[in-house]
Unconditional design. Structure first.
Length: 322
């Protein structure tokens, strides 16, 4: 009979640079290795990810699976077929967990039986120190899933962060379900982000409650390029795209023309000349705030345009079939 209490699940795409750091940290876990396991899904990596994972299989209770269909949602869907234990910890391939990370989630779940969703503390592991404008004005939770400003206690599932979250298996149901096309996909330049939030919100809608604790701790590795303005603004666009899917209620009452929320479209148009001019100014907090707001609007409009195109294609297909 299996003694596994916890399954740690993550997907990885071209993760060879951060995986060794993550897996080395898991080797130091204080929980006996017969009481937990790792399910890693290689999402069609093109680097040495497969070799890295294989090299740790004799040191960790590590199962490795391969998902050729690109997209994190497909990788995790596969991983959900291989769960064991009372808890499922969802994380990413670029975290550094504390030695007692797994134990702290088990303690938390035992102490809080009325909750089914759990979040832990995420602090940064900067490869490059961020500029002051980013630290002061950047939305660090959106950008890097950092949550060190979140107090301990009951929270909305919308505040659960993917790199450090746990779920009772009893509340999960048939598997990992998110909106199609939501989340990282190497075949798409700009994708709507928020697949982890969508998963947690679905469980909350079904009656599960969420709790945040600062005791299960991980450090999130933030790569050098991820503190550059260009990357940050692309992230803002992805955030805007995800809002349309995850928080449709924000747009339900908005006036729309040709399927687009007219307010967002007008603000984007009005700010387009100013954004062009602002980009010529030196990096600063004001410059960033203006460009960030414009990037989020652009993401919102991009997603509405995408959905309109899909709807039109469906209508044309149905007409053609008749």
């Amino acid at each position: 009979m299996s003694k596994v209490k916890v399954t740690i699940l993550f997907s990885t795409y071209n993760g060879e640079k951060t995986l060794p750091t993550m897996l080395d940290a898991l080797c130091a876990s204080t929980l006996p290795k017969n009481e937990w396991k790792i399910v890693a899904v290689d999402n069609n990596s093109q680097d040495k990810t497969a070799d890295v994972l294989k090299s740790y299989q004799n040191r960790l209770p590590l199962e490795v699976y391969f998902e050729p269909k690109q997209g994190k949602q497909h990788a995790l869907t596969l991983g959900f077929h291989h769960l064991e234990g009372e808890l499922v910890i969802l994380t990413d391939d670029d975290v550094i967990p504390d030695p007692d990370w797994i134990e702290q989630f088990l303690i938390l779940a035992d102490k809080r039986p009325q909750f089914g969703i759990f979040g832990g503390l995420i602090t940064p592991e900067w490869e490059e120190e961020p500029a002051p404008w980013l630290m002061q004005h950047g939305h660090l939770g959106i950008l890097y899933a950092l949550n060190d400003d979140l107090p301990e206690g009951p929270i909305s599932a919308a505040l659960i962060s993917g790199p450090n979250s746990a779920f009772r298996r009893s509340i999960i149901g048939p598997g990992y379900i998110v909106h199609d096309g939501l989340g990282p996909d190497a075949t798409v330049a700009q994708f709507p982000m928020g697949e982890d939030t969508a998963f947690a919100l679905r469980l909350e809608k079904n009656g599960a409650r969420a709790f945040h604790s600062r005791r299960p701790r991980v450090r999130h590795i933030v790569r050098k390029g991820y503190v550059k303005e260009a990357w940050v603004l692309r992230r803002g666009e992805r955030y805007g795209m995800g809002l349309v899917i995850i928080r449709p209620n924000l747009f339900d009452s908005k006036t729309k023309i040709a399927g687009l929320p007219i307010g967002s479209a007008l603000r984007w148009l009005l700010m387009a000349p100013a954004s062009f001019i602002v980009k010529r100014f030196p990096l600063s907090g004001l410059r960033f705030k203006l460009l960030w707001a414009q990037s989020v609007r652009q993401g919102i409009l991009r997603q509405f345009l995408k959905q309109r195109s899909l709807t039109n294609n469906t209508i044309y297909s149905q007409v053609g079939a008749k």
